[in-house]
Write a protein that binds this ligand. Sequence first.
Ligand code: PHE
Length: 349
Amino acid sequence: MKDQLEQIRSRALAELADDAAEAAIENVRVRVLGRSGELTEIMRRMREVPPEERPAIGQLVNQIKAELEARIEVLQGRLREAALERELAAARLDVTLPGAHLPRGRLHPVTQTIEEMLHIFRAMGFEIAATRDVEDDFHNFAALNFPPDHPAREMQDTFFIGGGLLLRTHTSNGQIRVMEARRPPLAVVCPGNCYRRDELSVRASPMFSQIEGFMVDRAGKITMAHLKGVLTEFLRAFFGAGTAVRFRASFFPFTEPSAEVDISCLLCAGKGCRVCKQSGWTEILGSGMIHPNVFRAVGYDPAEFQGFAFGLGVERTALLKLGVEDMRLFFENDLRFLNQFQATVERLA
Ligand code: PHE
């Protein structure tokens, strides 16, 4: 039995040569060390061995076992290393190559314009409120003093979406939503998307953004003079200190009196050109003193409260400020166009 063990040992070691392949090593392991392998078989036949020889044989079996296991471990370790070397050589990494360039995005020019406007209003003490795009007739029209048969409600202007709901046609619903929920004093701006059934064209889009603003306090505290002061201040901060501002009487159902606000044409500085149709002025926003019926609709006593409101179209204003000639460019997401606008917002931060 001792001879037999020596034989198992020398055969296994011969097979476990330095250049033994992975499969050959595994073969030896299974054949010699496995659960029904040669060494296990010897142990099972230990009964046949005279009792006095058993310890020596047992020791020899353990020794051979340990020896072969160690040898296999060494060979497998070498194979693993070699495999790793091969892998590294194949996927050689040149750390001196320039990295993959991840272009950095920037905010859309319309978003930048909104942020810049909100920044100015915030500095003047206004808070910012988000209101909803999907509205009912009451908040978009009725509470804003639109008579039931007012043409603005008609299909040609409004997207009705069923269930008595519609897409807001202006951000003036923000006035109603905020005043319903709170009591004056209020100085709030509501930016947001608006929707009208217009074709996308050089000057118009079926979806556009507005910023609504309003200020309400006890009667006598907020007057038309404050409206003029706030809007003049805002327009000069946004378009430049030298900008001329003019207020023109106008009409909105939800303000009385109402005024449209013009600034001196940015292209000709008021001298008159093709863009301002030789007038020297460009219309920028609508405004006025909040109508008593609007206060009644939100449960305020018009004898007790007074205030002004205004609304301006962001895209139209951005066209002027950025010198863009076609509204459609804002909605096409052509990076060659969008990349031309520096991140104004980062400058504000
Ligand atoms: N909602 C008006 C519009 O869409 C703008 C406006 C708002 C006018 C508030 C006066 C007061 O044209």
